[in-house]
Design a protein around this ligand. Structure first.
Ligand code: NAD
Length: 318
């Protein structure tokens, strides 16, 4: 199979490119490094079956030769990124998705959209099944991401229905693992960085808000299974095990053996209070569920952060 991965130099995308290569496929990775860097794919650059193309997918997407699958991951994903890049986020979610779907249609390739649990907004139903339509503020600051993804979902379904494209949607819940950007602003990178630097660990609100945390290898496994299935989705991919932000901060403090205290700071606008996927569909359709214990995933992520944080920036403890 020859697969095009947009956003392939990002956190999830780089792990996906690796997995596709290990499965024996050819990979064309398309990325403009808007929220990532070449470091994530440096180790793949020499591979015979890997090609990298530095390109903004909102400008069109033309890949010479056969293409069997288009996996569309290009989009800022962390709140800090999409709040800083509101128009770019809307453009890649709309025009970028349109071009990626056009490529799939032209090549008669399968298409996979990585949508998000943010499609559910601040949910009123818990846990969230795929047939819940969500509770999204369409004009709040986070709407640039939520609505771009919801538009991308509608577009994907329209191509499936009207153009016969074998197009599928997954809704990914919070994912973590090695190669997350140290400064990406999400809870896990922030807490690990603060803990390693022996700075106060900043938890927003009273810390009771929850997230479900899924290790990146499990999410990539779900993406591969969805690509191979005949179902269009949307299908939730995430870990149903919920953790409060206060618990997570204390957990990371323990695993890093940090002396940092936990400090409470104000919660950002429209920050969802709880998130937990209902993964019945993923279990039934894909035979998928997360298998990596969160603690093991956190340890791997901490090891990766220790390796990448400039030595001068953290206090080593044993
Ligand atoms: P990321 O920011 O690390 O990766 C996104 C990649 O897309 C980056 O490499 C960025 O440079 C690239 N990109 C953005 N705009 C582009 C453009 N116009 N042209 C070409 N490349 C462009 O984010 P991630 O965490 O790896 O997320 C990957 C996908 O998964 C995103 O679509 C995101 O919405 C989705 N997702 C991620 C999570 C998560 O917890 N990480 C949760 C839900 C959904």
């Amino acid at each position: 199979m020859r697969a095009v991965v947009t956003g392939g130099a990002g956190f999830v995308g780089s792990h996906l490119c690796e997995r596709l290569l290990h499965a024996g496929h050819d990979v064309v990775c398309v990325d403009n490094f808007m929220t990532s860097s070449a470091d994530n794919i440096e180790h793949l650059m020499g591979e015979r079956h890997f090609r990298f193309c530095r390109w903004d997918v909102t400008q069109g997407l033309d890949v010479p030769g056969p293409v069997d699958a288009v996996l569309h991951l290009a989009s800022p994903a962390s709140p800090a990124d999409y709040l800083r890049l509101p128009l770019e986020t809307l453009r890649v979610g709309s025009a970028g998705t349109w071009h990626a779907l056009d490529l799939a249609a032209a090549k008669q390739a399968r298409f996979l959209l990585t949508s998000t649990s943010e499609s559910y907004g601040d949910p009123l139903i818990h846990p969230q099944p795929e047939d819940y339509w969500g509770h999204v503020n369409p004009v709040g600051p986070r709407s640039v991401y939520d609505e771009a993804k919801r538009f991308g979902e509608a577009l994907t379904m329209a191509y499936r229905r009207s153009r016969g494209v074998d197009a599928k949607i997954v809704r990914i819940f919070n994912t973590f693992g090695p190669r997350m950007r140290l400064d990406d602003g999400r809870a896990i990178p922030t807490f690990i960085r603060q803990a390693l630097r022996e700075e106060p660990i900043t938890v927003t609100g009273d810390g009771s808000q929850t997230r479900s945390l899924c290790y990146v290898d499990d999410v990539v496994d779900g993406l591969m299974r969805m690509l191979d299935s005949s179902h269009g989705g949307p299908v939730n991919l995430g870990n149903p095990h919920e953790v409060s932000m206060l618990e997570l901060a204390q957990w990371i403090s323990k695993l890093t053996r940090s002396g940092s205290d936990v400090t409470l700071i104000p919660r950002p606008e429209d920050d969802p209070k709880m998130r937990r996927p209902d993964i019945t569909l993923a279990r039934d359709l894909l035979g998928w569920e997360p298998t990596t214990p969160v603690e093991r995933g956190l340890c791997d992520t901490i090891t990766d952060f220790r390796r990448r944080l400039p030595f001068s920036e953290f206090a080593e403890r044993d």
